[in-house]
Design a protein around this ligand. Structure first.
Ligand SMILES: Nc1nc2c(ncn2[C@@H]2O[C@H](COP(=O)(O)OP(=O)(O)OP(=O)(O)O)[C@@H](O)[C@H]2O)c(=O)[nH]1
Ligand SMILES: [Mg+2]
Length: 425
């Protein structure tokens, strides 16, 4: 798998690109700008610099070339004058639209937002599973688009949107691609099974699991690093994290919980990408609670929060306990939080400000539904104390002539399993 930036490896300087979008007549131009800003950040993360932005106001996109034919000509001129060899569309283009655009524009490569995101994913995937997921998604989405005008698949490697399945893996034979896709699907299924086994053993341990979710660049990794010294790469780039990382965290009560950093969300996250990353995104579904991290200093924070909440719904995780973590408070608030006050926490993962309150709230979440019990184990059942050490928070153990008296905080499931040893008050 190639991981170098194709822009930088091809040329000394970063590759310049033009961004193109269609705006519905009467649509909010501030939304358009925000979406363009985000596309620009995505392009920069992939290693490009933006030469120009072009918008067309239109009732609906042109089925042949997405933008109208006059606009295609204007774009061709702009590319020619600026020596630009790549155009990125802020939408999803069909393979035939890409083919038509490339034909009309001449020697210019056309890619869409999904291909750009996949390119960044390929650049940032580090785990075996992450790399396989990206490669499969690229074979399904990017390859049909790159072969638009009958070009050989080996054309891959010629530009952005092509990191991942390297040329060696992509012979000109489509059947080879099909075989590779089958093999990848099989390998991913196997990995998903392993993940489920790991998850089951975590579940049996009764340990409270918290997923850190939120819009990309909100500060999820910085927060996990602050709390646990996880040492995850956290940087001012979109999709810095692709693979989930789980760390133990000890609450002030002594109880240990698990915190998992996850891949960030973004608006218009393509469905095929959600499907491709379902197994990693499942970390959110299997958590007991979700910390939804929001970059409070971003003027777009509330729109970003809406995106995050609807993706959490889509993953089927909307029934979880949620805390909204308004991060980057050291920079000040850019807009007023719209979530219920009692579910909000305000922090700076950078300075640590507010994290004590966050930990307190995590403790409340972890102990909700848990109670302190006193167990009396007879001498021949002392082995069961291990169950409590594994599944509960043991506060005190006193050995007596007849066995042991153990005080522990545990959930109703564990208490139910050991119900006959619970000492009446
Ligand atoms: N000023 C300030 N910057 C922060 C804070 N938290 C995170 N950052 C910065 O925000 C940028 C993104 O942080 P990350 O932790 O990588 O964000 P993330 O949510 O993990 O992002 P992805 O993995 O890309 O989805 C980094 O440059 C951090 O240094 C904060 O509380 N205050
Ligand atoms: Mg991250």
């Amino acid at each position: 798998m190639k991981t170098e930036s194709i822009f930088e490896s091809k040329q000394e300087e970063k590759r310049e690109v033009i961004l193109v979008a269609v705006m519905e007549k009467g649509a909010d131009s501030a939304d358009r700008e925000a979406s363009f800003d985000e596309l620009e950040r995505l392009a920069e993360t992939a290693g490009a610099t933006v030469y120009a932005r072009m918008v067309q106001e239109k009732e609906s996109p042109d089925p042949r070339t997405y933008i109208g034919s006059g606009k295609v000509q204007e774009l061709a001129e702009l590319c020619k004058n600026g020596g630009i060899s790549m155009v990125i569309f802020d939408c999803e283009l069909s393979p035939s639209q890409i083919k038509n655009l490339e034909n009309d524009l001449g020697d210019v490569q056309v890619i869409d937002r999904s291909m750009l995101i996949l390119d960044i994913f390929a650049l940032h995937a580090t785990s075996g599973e992450g790399k396989l997921q990206v490669e499969l998604a690229q074979l399904k989405y990017t390859v049909p688009r790159l072969t638009g005008h009958g070009t050989e698949l080996s054309r891959l490697g010629g530009g952005i949107g092509t990191r991942g399945p390297g040329e060696s893996k992509l012979e000109t034979d489509r059947r080879h691609v099909k075989r590779r896709m089958d093999a990848l699907e099989e390998a991913l299924e196997e990995l998903a099974k392993n993940r489920a086994v790991q998850r089951n053993s975590r579940d049996r341990s009764g340990i409270f699991k918290v997923a850190i979710a939120g819009y990309t660049n909100a500060g999820k990794s910085t927060l996990l690093n602050y709390l646990t010294d996880a040492g995850i790469l956290a940087e001012d780039k979109l999709f810095a994290t692709l693979d989930p990382t789980t760390r133990k965290f000890e609450l002030p009560s002594g109880e240990e919980i698990l915190l998992t950093d996850t891949v960030g969300f973004i608006r218009n996250l393509p469905h095929h990408l959600i499907r491709a990353f379902r197994s990693t995104l499942d970390e959110v579904c299997y958590a007991d609670a979700i910390l939804v991290v929001v970059d409070a200093s971003d003027p777009e924070s509330m729109a970003q929060l809406d995106v995050t909440r609807s993706l959490i719904d889509e993953l089927g995780a909307s029934d979880k306990s949620v805390l909204f973590v308004y991060n980057k408070c050291d920079r000040g608030f850019a807009s007023h939080p719209t979530t219920p006050t009692h579910q909000n926490v305000y922090i700076s993962a950078k300075t640590g400000e507010g994290t004590e309150e966050l930990v307190k709230r995590l403790e409340e979440l972890a102990t909700a539904g848990k109670k302190e019990y006193t167990f009396a184990f007879p001498a021949d059942k002392l082995g069961l104390i291990n169950t409590l050490y594994r599944d509960a928070n043991v506060l005190d153990t006193e050995y007596t002539e007849n066995g042991a008296i153990v005080k522990a905080v545990c959930d109703s499931k564990t208490a139910g399993q050991l119900a006959r040893f619970i000492k009446a008050e």
